[in-house]
Design a protein around this ligand. Structure first.
Ligand code: ATP
Length: 321
């Protein structure tokens, strides 16, 4: 039996004039899931979120939230979910507490016990006027307003901006508790470390296209590994041509380094045929995977002129389930 997805994006395309910000993006998020939505600046994250929430109208495609139509049922959706926008607009002359009272009353009242609990956990200060807030305190207020009515699902656009590391940890625990209790979290982010820490699945968006949706645990298993081989005598790089799963072979005298994925066995077969003295290997961390996905952007920024941007395709086609 398949449960109705909590958030469903179906072939979403958004054009601004002749510019396509998001093209043919589809994914589903299920109950109890923390879903990371990862991409560099301008990739299309906020455009996707705004379409889900009916804050902008898609050029084509549909979004559904809690089984409701984003356009037809926008009012009910907004009542039942929490949302932290990337550019939260607040009244500068209200205090934090007055702001929450105002926003809560739009939903029919404030659960101050819940507000106090969130305030304490995030070490927020609700007594000052919004115009006197630091950016971190402003962000805390944004998080509190998104969570204070105990929503079934929450959509968070870059939530940890400006938060110190301890508050980030506490905030991520809060998201995990929400998901464990059956809530759903959509978390847009630039940073793989945040997504790695907290998400169950992650979608990678680049230049308006969804390039992969991966389960975090599978992504970690899939991580490319780096191997260093010391030989008794120099071995040509061509000895490793066509070996399954091996990339980026580089030779420095009798030392060969390479990256590989999957089984190490084919690589070791070649190595042992050439009088190998030692083998060492280490996992490549997820930051490197992130860079693999976004290599074209890195090259465009002038960081690595060596490598053509082919390898983002390694992750395969987007998941459709
Ligand atoms: N109203 C608009 N008119 C024209 N272009 C727009 C508009 N809004 C967004 N864009 C463009 O659409 C693309 C996607 O923007 P979007 O804000 O969705 O990216 P993002 O992934 O959220 O980026 P960031 O991480 O910087 O917030 C960008 O190139 C942006 O300049």
């Amino acid at each position: 039996m398949t449960e109705t997805p909590v958030i469903e994006v179906d072939r979403l395309t958004k054009r601004y004039g002749s510019f396509t910000a998001v093209e043919d993006v589809s994914f589903e998020i299920h109950r109890g899931e923390i879903f990371g939505f990862l991409g560099p600046n301008g990739a299309g994250k906020s455009t996707t979120i705004r379409s889900i929430l009916d804050l902008i109208r898609p050029t084509s495609g549909h979004c559904r939230v809690l089984g409701l139509d984003s356009r037809r049922d926008a009012v009910e959706i907004h009542r039942r979910i929490g949302f932290l926008p990337s550019d939260l607009a607040l009244y500068p002359n209200l205090t934090g507490r007055q702001t929450l009272e105002y926003l809560g009353n739009l939903r029919g009242g404030v659960d101050w016990t819940r507000v106090d609990e969130l305030t304490e956990r995030l070490a927020a200060d609700l007594s000052k006027k919004v115009r006197e807030y630091s950016s971190g305190n402003r962000q805390k207020l944004g998080i509190i307003q998104a969570l204070m009515h105990r929503p079934e699902a929450v959509i968070l656009d870059e939530p940890i901006t400006g938060l110190d590391p301890l508050v980030q940890l506490e905030f991520h625990s809060m998201l995990r508790e929400m998901a464990d209790a059956g809530g759903t979290v959509f978390l847009s982010s630039h940073t793989i470390s945040e997504v790695e820490r907290v998400a169950d699945r992650v979608a990678f968006i680049r230049r308006g296209h969804l390039i992969a949706v991966e389960r975090m645990s599978e992504l970690q298993d899939k991580a490319l590994r780096r191997i260093k081989l010391e030989f008794a005598a120099p071995v040509p790089a061509s000895a490793f041509d066509g070996v399954d799963g091996v990339h980026e072979v580089s030779v420095d005298g009798p030392t060969v380094t390479a990256q590989f994925e999957g089984s190490m066995a084919p690589l070791l077969t070649i190595a042992t045929a050439h009088d190998v003295l030692s083998v060492s290997s280490a996992s490549v961390d997820l930051d490197e995977i992130f860079l693999e996905f976004y290599r074209d952007e890195v090259v465009a920024a002038g960081d690595d002129p060596d490598e053509p941007g082919e390898r983002g395709a390694r992750a395969g086609a987007p998941e459709t389930a």
